[in-house]
Write a protein that binds this ligand. Sequence first.
Ligand SMILES: Nc1ncnc2c1ncn2[C@@H]1O[C@H](COP(=O)(O)OP(=O)(O)OP(=O)(O)O)[C@@H](O)[C@H]1O
Ligand SMILES: [Mg+2]
Length: 318
Amino acid sequence: MQVTGYVKALEKVDFSISERETIGIVGESGCGKSTLGKTLVKIHEPTAGSIIYFDPNGKSYDITNGLTKEVRSTFRKDVQMIFQNPYDSLDPRMTIRDTILEPIQTHKLFKNLKDQDRYVRELLSKVGLDPDYGKRYPHEFSGGQRQRIAIARSISVNPRLLICDEPTSALDVSVQSQIINLLKQIQREHNMAFIFISHNLDVVYHMSDRILVMYLGNIVESAPSRAIFDNPTHPYTQALMSAIPNWNPRERKLGTVKLEGEPPSPINPPTGCPFHPRCEFRMDICARAKPEPTEISSGHFCACHLRDLTIDSSRSAG
Ligand SMILES: Nc1ncnc2c1ncn2[C@@H]1O[C@H](COP(=O)(O)OP(=O)(O)OP(=O)(O)O)[C@@H](O)[C@H]1O
Ligand SMILES: [Mg+2]
């Protein structure tokens, strides 16, 4: 294979997730959301940085460069992912029963065949499907039903963290909210942590405790969901908010920000702030230096020179 260039899909991404927390990740197509999810479940290896995993006993493991034998099975059970496209993520040659059982068998959760059958039926009804569907194959199901099967499979091993990568973006609008509601219900019942990835800030807001806003592989703003909604600070977040039909900026004494054009290519990213070529507030410094995340209120971080300047001037005034 000939290499024609390198894509730095993720650059400044720094966050942690606790038990039962939901973190929403939002950003336009190509900003690196799936790459981040796949890096966390160890489908992709990071070339820099580190990933630390805490097992159920609180023991920490550096899993950046792979999973050692000691931690592999706990990690593989604890962290599950639902993918963007339910048409690709299920093996067409496997029955639904075998699809759902695969992780259970890998982790040797049930030895007895009768127990396995009972559990598959239980999981199918939990995700709103007929328990008899176990005998069938993926091609017999609609996108929404396939995503329900993928959810049953992923929760079969009782993970502590479920990464949902745009679980509804390939589905008809009419079934999207059903899948979101199913995920919410499952989270309540199982007390899992979620990383919920979407390009739709409105959906992420309703799911998450905290939101990370990504642009071209960087987290440009992160905050508790309410703070993102009430006080979106990065011009990119403001533009995403302005696109939500029922968001009322006047009530929050904020202006609307338009987002024009497409994000630049990650093969040849802009210098300085990754957002500056599209930013209507850009200053000279934005093309020269990359802004560092600054804490603007408790737990609310924003990487924007505009914020740095405001904070600096208020400091010197005080
Ligand atoms: N296998 C690959 N080879 C080359 N570039 C890739 C590969 N996978 C992803 N990329 C690039 O990495 C960047 C991030 O891609 P990623 O799929 O993570 O984005 P995303 O935010 O999930 O987008 P979407 O909303 O469309 O799913 C994109 O520019 C994409 O083109
Ligand atoms: Mg994606």
